[in-house]
Every structure is written in C-alpha cells, then in structure tokens.
Design a protein around this ligand. Sequence first.
Ligand SMILES: Nc1nc2c(c(=O)[nH]1)N[C@H]1C(S)=C(S)[C@@H](COP(=O)(O)O)O[C@H]1N2
Ligand SMILES: [Mo]
Length: 507
Amino acid sequence: MRTFRGAWSLAGLVAGGAGLATSYAVANVLAIRDSPVVAVAELLIRVTPGALVEWAIGTFGDQDKPLLVGGIFVFLALVFAWAGRIAARVWWLAVLLLGTLAAVAVAAVAIQEAPSPVVYLPIAVGFVTWVLVLGLLTDRLRAAERAEPEVSTGRRGFLIGAAAVAVISVGLGALGRIFGGGRRKVEASRRLLRITGVTEPRVPLEARIGLAGVSPWATPDEEFYLIHTAIALPTIEPEDWRLRIHGLVDREVTLSYQDLIARERTEAWVTLNCVSNTIGGDLIGNAWWSGVSLADLLDEAGVSADADALLQTSDDGWTCGTPLSVVMDGREAMLAVAMNGRPLPIEHGFPVRTLVPGLYGFVSATKWVVDIEVTRFDRFEAYWTGKGWAEQAPVRLGSRVDVPRSGQEVPAGEVPVGGVAWQQHVGIDGVEVSVDGGDWQSVDIAAPPTVDTWVQWAGTVSVEPGDHLLRVRAIGADGQVQTGVERDPVPDGVTGWHDVEFTATES
Ligand SMILES: Nc1nc2c(c(=O)[nH]1)N[C@H]1C(S)=C(S)[C@@H](COP(=O)(O)O)O[C@H]1N2
Ligand SMILES: [Mo]
C-alpha cells in the first residue's frame, strides 16, 4: 500500500464537497429557492415531532436552524469520507450510498411543491460531479498503490488533483453566492417601495408607563421576535405577488400587489404573540401595521354560510386555519403590507402577511401569504395542528415582569416594579403583584388606544433587605383573573404567573 492513511477518506470528502458546491451553484444560478441541503433541513423540520421542534426553539432560539444545517454538513462529511473508503474496495457500493443520499434530497425537494423539473437539476449535477471527481481521485490513488515505492508521482498527482478540485469547489460556491442575489434584489425593491396611505407610527403618550426597563410599548423591528419554519426565506418581488381567494365563495378573487394597495388603507397597533411563548418569554411584540381589511375582501368574494374557516397558505407552503367568524367580527383583521411605517421586512412576510388581533400567530398571521381558501375546519389539517397543536387558539390572558430583572440587586425600601400584560382584543383592566407570596396589590397600568395591544404596568413594592420573589397577574377587561395554574404551551398556550427573584440590599 503506497497511499497514505486517510487518502481514500480524503478523496471521498473532496468529491462530496465538489458535489455540494456544484449543486449549490446551480441552485443559485437557476434562482431555485432552496439548495438541496436546505430542502433536506426543511424536510427534517417537517417530519420532526412538534415537541422536539418546540424544544429546539426553546433551547437554541434563533440558532436552531444554523445548528441543524451545520449538523447536516457534519453528517454529510462523515458519509462522504466513508463512501471514499468503501470506493477503495467496492466501487458500486459507494455509488449506491451516495445515490441514497441523492434520493433523500429528491424526496425533500419533491414534497415542497415542485412546479418544474428544474428543481431536481442541482441534485443531478451534484451527484454527477461526485461520481466524476471520486472516479478521478481514486484512479490516482490506485495508480499510487500500483507504483514502485520510489515513484511517488501517483501520490503527488492525487494530492494536486484533490487540492485543485477543492479550490474549484470553493470558487463555484462563491459564484453561486454572487448569482444568488435574489434576496438582495428583493431587499432593494422593498427599500424603494413607497406605499400610499402608510403613516408613521406615533406612540400615544397614554400608552407609556414611563418606567425605565419596561419593554418599550412599540417594539422596534430588530427586537420583534421571529418564528417561521422556512430556512431560506421566500423572496417575492411585489409585482410577482398574487393572492387567490377561493373555495366556498360566490366569486373567486385573484389580487395583484397593485390591486391590493389600491384599496382603502387600514392601520392599527396590534400585539402579536407566539403560542410557544413560555412564562416570562419574549415571543411577543407590538407594532403599527398598515394594510387592507380582510373582511371587506371576503365580503366582496361572497362567503358561503357553510364556511367556518380560512385555510391560509404561504409562498413556502406553510399553512394555518383561521376561524372565519373572528375575521368577520369587525376587528382589525388585515392583509398587512407595512410594519412600523415601512414595507414589511422580508423576514416578517414581505410583501404581504395576514394579521388577526386576538389570535396566536400560528392560527392567523401567515407571512408571505399567497392563498386563502374559504372552507370548513373539518376539511383540512393545518401545519401545526397536524403536530398536536390546537385547531383554534385565541390569545390567553398573560403578564410579565420586566423590572426588576431576575437576579438583580436593588436598594431595599420602595422598589420600582414594572412590565407588560396582555389579552389582545379583550383588553386589560388591572395588574396585581405579590411579594414573597403575600397579598396581591394593584399597580398602575397605562392606557393604550386599543384593546388589541399589550399594556405596560408599573408600581412600587416595599421590601426589607434580603432575597425576594415578585410575582405578577393580570385582570382581563372581561373580569377574568389570570390563573396561577401552569400549563405547557402545547396545545394552545401557557398559563401561569411569571415571577422573578431579586435581592434588596441595605441602602
Ligand atoms: N409562512 C409562515 N408564516 C408564519 C409562520 C411560519 O412558520 N411560516 N409562523 C407563524 C407563527 S407560529 C407566528 S408566532 C408568527 C410570527 O410572526 P413574526 O415572525 O413576524 O413575529 O408568524 C406566523 N406566520
Ligand atoms: Mo407561533
């Protein structure tokens, strides 16, 4: 054996890397939204039990997807190296192994609505690259093995070949990135867009409680939480966007972006929250939204008396079911085109998303919405409902302590406390706090202009030096008192009181 240890693994690794690079480059050049690896990651998310996805979001937050893609790459690297070693002995077995990987990628792409066969091209190109490169490199390794000990050209040839392939792969990957400027183009369109009737957010004074450290009533864009199953975000030029409203309607409607923004503008402060938000969590935000009334559009389409649901579908194939009666009851249910006075950020659903105050995001707030079917709940199963989440999910009464922070040290005596409370579309009548399990005492609440948003609260508690526990509960405008019974986010949102421990120091 004249080849060095690991040579066959290296050949496999380099060949695999080259295959990934060409498939990535082709996907980008063809402006296919997902490279095969991303499609596989999305497939994994789709087949993963809801509880595990839930855990991943809770544990890794925004990092869950980079970690998943990273994990896939590590797995691929191991398989590629292994395939190289197998190729040393049984060539066809290595091809079979990689063929299986390619088949998984094909399946992942296939289930993401494949409108044209070109979506399979990156996988085909990647597979062919892998076979060719592995063939080339292993030929040289075999030559090295046959050669006399003093002749090392075979080995040198192999190393030069491997290095050349690696360099070309990196170059192709970079070219793919340059071609893949889809997101940058849409970002540019978005920046240049001026939508008539969209006004700047103006936070009413009465909405502010005026205690430093309480979450700002209007959440800045960059602090607004993000939840989506898509890894590569849909990038849709406004002129390419269409919305189809169909199903149990008298007249089917298809709207272009121009049609949509030509309609009367509606604007509102609406707080959006995620059903996965845990007690004290930050998957909640408040923004000034501008758009078009969804109920008006549905009225024009003529909704059948049979219907009780909207099945909404996004450009990336995500779905949700929304109760029709809620959308039609006069609240600010809208097709939103702007957030905080600017066209929607791409990650928040550009160019158009839906929003229904009082419902959790997973049953209402479809980003990149392209299809609304008027239908019945007993005729479909939406994305999260299929994973154990509820069919209907109105927002639960909730509250959070922002001040003091958990673990904070404050001077003993009169200690300022504050936070937020919410039950969108019902409203908040009061907030109470309790120290160290003592009596509930009421604190001040701000007076936002609508019941569709959260409410800031603040007050003081008097404490002796030492460790303390501060707990909060809200009282809804319907008289409901927030329960202390703790429930999981699944299937329809947490209940339970938020508490923080803090230390009062001798002043
Ligand atoms: N297309 C699409 N829309 C979606 C989702 C998604 O995964 N895909 N997630 C929903 C969920 S669960 C929530 S809580 C909200 C979050 O909206 P945001 O990311 O703008 O805060 O979007 C909803 N709309
Ligand atoms: Mo959510």
